[in-house]
Design a protein around this ligand. Structure first.
Ligand code: SF4
Ligand code: SF4
Length: 225
């Protein structure tokens, strides 16, 4: 079996809901350009837990959020070790990490950028990856590698259309209602500081005020009929 298929099968066996492949040469910082290919893993969030969110985050959601991040980190770590065994270089981008030196709320590399380049979805007016199958009810991880991959067709425009459900539901008024297209700055869509400050101020007792979930819950793409 070809090695890309093995990667996909293994990641799914380890818990991935969706796997995608991308060429990131145009968007990687210089110090990561030797690892030009991206492998995106999306793990679906539990519908029961997301559906329980109403006007504020829940304790269960916070625990779930962290559990799914841990699962993603395990999937990407196992993938890196497998690829290194095969003689390739690979790096797992942490599922959830803010590196202060890169600016507020920034990680090593943006999972959402890799996911759109892999053709897994678009960036919604909630600033999250929205997939056809699960809407924004996924969390993401990325492996960067020099293993040459057959890559997906990038998605460059939004399918949010006239919907503004997440924008209207955001208690922090942190969503600007802007329709995404590839290359647009995150700050044009979401005021990450307003989101974070609102959570911190009001829900410090629930998950240190770091996650809310309302803009995930309301998205029609994630709601099962
Ligand atoms: S997580 Fe909550 S506060 Fe932040 S943008 Fe979404 S709905 Fe608004
Ligand atoms: S709720 Fe509507 S506007 Fe917000 S991400 Fe989903 S489809 Fe897009």
């Amino acid at each position: 079996m070809n090695r890309q298929l093995i990667v996909e099968e293994k990641m799914k066996e380890w818990g991935a809901s969706i796997v995608g492949f991308s060429d990131l040469i145009d968007v990687l910082p210089d110090d990561l350009k030797d690892l030009r290919y991206g492998i995106t893993v999306a793990v679906k969030l539990s519908d029961r837990i997301i559906n329980e969110i109403n006007d504020k985050p829940t304790y269960t959601y916070f625990h779930h959020y962290r559990s799914v991040n841990t699962l993603i980190d395990q999937i990407t770590l196992k993938t890196v070790l497998m690829m290194e065994e095969w003689g390739y270089n690979a790096l797992a981008v942490p599922a959830s990490q803010s590196i202060k030196e890169l600016g507020e709320y920034r990680g090593l590399f943006q999972h959402k950028t890799a996911a759109t380049k892999a053709g897994l979805g678009w960036i919604g007016k909630n600033g999250l990856l929205v997939t056809e199958k699960y809407g924004p009810r996924v969390r993401l991880g990325t492996v960067l590698t020099d293993f040459e991959l057959d890559t997906g067709k990038p998605i460059e425009t939004s399918k949010c259309g006239n919907c503004t459900l997440c924008v209207k539901s955001c208690p922090a008024m942190a969503l600007h209602g802007k329709l995404w297209e590839a290359g647009i700055e995150r700050k044009e869509i979401v005021d990450a500081q307003a989101c974070s400050e609102y959570m911190n101020k009001n829900f410090k007792h629930i998950g240190r005020g770091s996650v809310c979930g309302i803009c995930i819950k309301v998205c029609p793409y994630g709601i099962k009929n």
